[in-house]
Design a protein around this ligand. Sequence first.
Ligand SMILES: [Zn+2]
Length: 141
Amino acid sequence: MIKYGLLCAHDHEFEAWFRSADDFDQQNARKLVSCPHCGSADVRKALMAPAVSTSRMKQQIALALSEQQKNAMEQLKALARQVRENADYVGDKFAEEARKIHFGETEARGIYGEATPDEARSLAEDGIEFMPLPILPEDTN
Ligand SMILES: [Zn+2]
């Protein structure tokens, strides 16, 4: 499903859902799309990005709507902040360092950094505990 912001000949704004971009074009060519305000079938797409309905989209909406999820989000942010303040950043050496710490080859301490999906899987297989840090919008600066 795809949602379009639409404008009629009288510049009334409204939104409507279509199965696809083609679906809108076909319905509009046959004058099947009409303005709910004045009934005009002279309808065009407003200049806005269409919102695509996906499960990902629904999750984002749920996060914004549920107080409980907002709290969870806040806790994740706080946790991520705490880790970053108290742990050593090891960059892409995360897997290597985590393994050394796990096997007592280097000083035990909190670290964080980047790991590839393969490295993360291999760490988990070795029974090394770690957790993915959420990447939050405010982190991108
Ligand atoms: Zn209208």
